[in-house]
Design a binder for this molecule. Structure first.
Ligand SMILES: C[S@@+](CC[C@H](N)C(=O)[O-])C[C@H]1O[C@@H](n2cnc3c(N)ncnc32)[C@H](O)[C@@H]1O
Length: 418
């Protein structure tokens, strides 16, 4: 009988298989984690994400020791072992446990010897060269279009930001300066509170009382761009999991939060309950919703390429095949949302994408298509002039605020019904 591997390591390899073989993002791979305790679950998720963030580096070292590429699962065991060995993992423990992961799989039993031999070689020499390997590049399907859009200086800066990962940002329900003090965080110029090393989120002060919620500093801006929403009827069109709904409700708006996904809408409900805030929840297709609103937030479904710092699986789980459809959906959502906006009302269009077709181009095109909307320049505290884009929106990039820990990539613009 082979010795059982550590549950976290085996689950991490299962997660890697599902991302790289089946194209399923880490967030959708819950079945793999169901049987694990909380600490193994967290360790498996962290390991899988770290391996994906470092995959190009691991593959570079491994290619010197492999005459031909093994199956994806064997390769993933090797990637995991390489990453751990090169980042301080104890050589004997990591190698033998990776051999155990191979030994318990029907299709990988035969590769036990290979895993052992290759990882021993990596253990001997890999850690010395690891630090000299280049920052991993994005896969070609994404790097190509981004090079075209942003150029050869900016894309490597984005890649460095992706490689560095993301701190934890919180949005305060009340006074952000007071929250920063209580929680020991840094108050950012735009009002978010940043924690460099947060640990377990649910253990932070104020979690149970709903005094704050997790939201990247860039993601916190679109709701603010709607201006003073107190007492206004505000429609949050693609609302789940609800960070922006909470902001709007906390600012005193009468919010209708709509989302297509019942499951994801359940998360909005949970988040509202924890923060003791209220909103009317509607499950449905935004394109079929009707009504007239004072203000609308359209945080449209998109490639989510602005969130790679937190989701290193994203560029590996697919090759952007849905982006063309998403661009069409964003344009249709934008037109329908503008039809539901009262005269003089404000709509904020936002996407967490690095691709201009999902941001700047959408706004340029809607301004050409329609003569009942005008763009309004964003004016809230903390904005930097370099964030303003030509057509009048805000372009946020992961390489901005590099000295502060970065921000998610986002595009947002304010449109006013004339
Ligand atoms: C970028 S996420 C929204 C994030 C959210 N605004 C927040 O701040 O937490 C996009 C959301 O759009 C929803 N969605 C996609 N297509 C939709 C449609 N046709 N109608 C309504 N919601 C849709 C997805 O279920 C997803 O929850």
């Amino acid at each position: 009988m082979p010795q059982q591997p550590s549950p976290a390591r085996k689950a991490a390899v299962d997660l890697l298989d599902q991302v790289l073989d089946e194209g399923r993002p880490l967030s959708e791979n819950v079945a793999v984690l169901e049987k694990l305790g909380p600490s193994d679950r967290a360790a498996a998720q962290r390991l899988a994400a770290d391996v994906l963030r470092n995959m190009e580096r691991a593959d570079r070292l491994l290619q010197h020791h492999l005459r031909k590429k093994p199956t994806t699962r064997v390769m993933n065991i090797l990637r995991l072992g390489t990453y751990e060995l090169c980042t301080g993992g104890a050589a004997h423990g990591v190698v033998s446990d990776c051999v155990n992961v191979a030994a318990v799989g029907h299709h990988t039993q035969g590769a036990k010897g290979l895993v052992n031999a290759v990882l021993r070689k990596i253990a001997a020499k890999g850690p010395d060269s690891w630090g000299d390997l280049r920052v991993p590049r994005m896969p070609k399907w994404l790097r190509g279009p981004l090079l075209e859009a942003w150029g050869a200086e900016i894309v490597p800066a984005m890649e460095t930001a992706h490689f560095n990962g993301a701190p934890l940002d919180l949005t305060a329900k009340g006074d952000p300066a007071a929250l920063a003090e209580v929680i020991g965080g840094v108050l950012l110029p735009t009002g978010s509170v940043r924690l460099a090393d947060a640990g377990q989120v649910t253990a932070l002060p104020g979690f149970e009382d709903g005094d704050w919620w997790v939201q990247d500093a860039a993601a916190a801006l679109p709701a603010k761009l709607l201006g003073d929403v107190a007492g206004k009827q505000v429609l949050d069109l693609c609302a789940a999991p609800g960070g922006k709904t909470l902001q709007l409700a906390a600012a005193g708006a009468e919010v209708t939060a709509l989302d297509l996904s019942a499951k994801r809408l359940g998360r909005v409900r949970d988040n509202l309950r924890r923060a003791r805030l209220e909103a009317a929840l509607v499950e449905g297709d935004a394109l079929e919703h009707e009504g007239l609103y004072d203000a609308i937030l359209l945080d449209a479904p998109c490639s989510a390429t602005g969130t790679i710092r937190r989701h290193p699986d994203l560029p590996h789980a697919h090759e952007g095949e849905r982006i063309a459809d998403l661009i069409g959906l964003q344009a249709a959502l934008l037109d329908h949302a503008l039809d539901m906006l009262k005269p003089d009302g404000r709509l904020v269009f936002a996407t967490c994408s690095l691709i201009p077709d999902e941001g700047e181009c959408q706004v340029e095109e809607v301004l050409e298509r329609r003569d009942d909307v005008a763009i309004v320049a964003p004016d809230i505290p903390g904005l930097e002039e370099s964030w303003r884009s030509e057509e009048g929106g805000l372009r946020l990039r992961p390489d901005f605020w590099a000295d502060k820990g970065g921000m998610d990539g986002f595009y947002m613009a304010i449109l006013q019904k004339t």
